[in-house]
Design a protein around this ligand. Structure first.
Ligand code: ZN
Length: 310
């Protein structure tokens, strides 16, 4: 590499001094080509199935955000589970109803609110399809029995929940371990949980919870894929079991490991392409099949919400 770089510097000088002939020009061009090959990274890929659902994107109640979301997501034939803050419920549901081909509305109910059960019923009644993003930021873990009525009602109403897992922007972590979701998933087997951030940094725990509970899925948004950008095959350590399906110590209804992952951005609409490239790098490095990719990218969430894919 060093040798090649020094050649790039010296060759043009030699040409200048000696006057270049055809052979030397060719040598110079070939050297440049070899250097480009060595230093260029593999081409980032934007290759996606014909239909995408971003399972986790936060709504912002502005004209600019809505316009940007519609323009960019239309380009990819994409929908989004739009997570709407309680203060923006009205505008959020109007936006969703005006664009049913793009928006799956989720309400970000506060699980510690004294009115949480009424809130869930209210958001359901006005048309919200799921609940999230949820946060356990006080003194109770997600699987504290105090929260059971929330999971029970969400299960009864057929509303999937999208709890945050792992490290939070505030710096909080410990109440949102992915392991707690296992308790909920077993107690409420018909509740669909698609949790955010693959438990960062408890990936081992998140992987095992996903493997053993058919109603639990994770997205890989946040800092994890950035942190491990240099090692995109890392995720096979936790999503390991595809070749073990049907063998000992596997659930009878186990599915390929990456079927437990759902695509999401958790960023602004403009970041959709960047997130696709980042996610594809992982899927490529982990040898994920086309059939599974289609599920990650949208078919799983479509099935959960009974959305007909066009
Ligand atoms: Zn989150």
């Amino acid at each position: 590499m060093k040798k090649m770089i020094s050649m790039v510097i010296w060759l043009p000088l030699l040409f200048l001094i000696s006057g270049c002939n055809e052979k030397e020009t060719k040598l110079y061009e070939d050297t440049i080509k070899s250097i480009k090959k060595v230093i260029s990274k593999p081409e980032p890929t934007l290759s996606v199935p014909g239909f995408i659902i971003d399972s986790h994107i936060h709504y912002r109640a502005t004209d600019e955000w809505e316009k940007s979301f519609l323009t960019i997501y239309e380009k990819f034939n994409a929908m989004g589970c739009i997570l709407v803050n309680m203060r923006d419920l009205e505008r959020g549901i109007s936006f969703a109803k005006a664009h049913p081909e793009r928006v799956i509305p989720y309400a970000a109910i506060k699980i510690d609110s004294p009115t949480v059960l009424d809130d869930i019923q209210k958001v359901y009644d006005i048309g919200f399809k799921g609940l999230g993003e949820l946060f356990a930021v006080n003194q109770w873990n997600y699987d504290d029995p105090k929260y059971d009525p929330i999971w029970e009602l969400a299960e009864k109403l057929g509303m999937p929940v999208a709890p945050h897992t792992g490290i939070l922007a505030s710096g909080q972590l410990s109440r949102m371990r992915p392991g707690y979701l296992g308790t909920i998933a077993v107690k409420f087997p018909n509740l669909i949980i698609h949790a955010a951030h693959f438990g960062n940094p408890w990936y081992n725990e998140a992987g095992e919870i996903a493997r053993r509970n058919k109603n639990v899925f994770f997205d890989m948004t946040g800092s994890s894929l950035i942190k491990k950008d240099h090692d995109p095959g890392y995720w096979k350590n936790f999503l390991w079991w595809t070749s073990h399906i049907g063998k000992a110590h596997m659930p009878a209804d186990a599915v390929p490991a990456f079927e437990k992952i759902v695509f999401a951005t958790d960023e602004s609409p403009e970041a959709l392409e960047e997130n696709i490239i980042r996610f594809n790098k992982v899927l490529d490095a982990c040898g994920v099949t086309g059939e599974t990719r289609a599920k990650c990218y949208g078919l799983t969430i479509a099935q959960i919400h009974g959305i007909e894919v066009k």
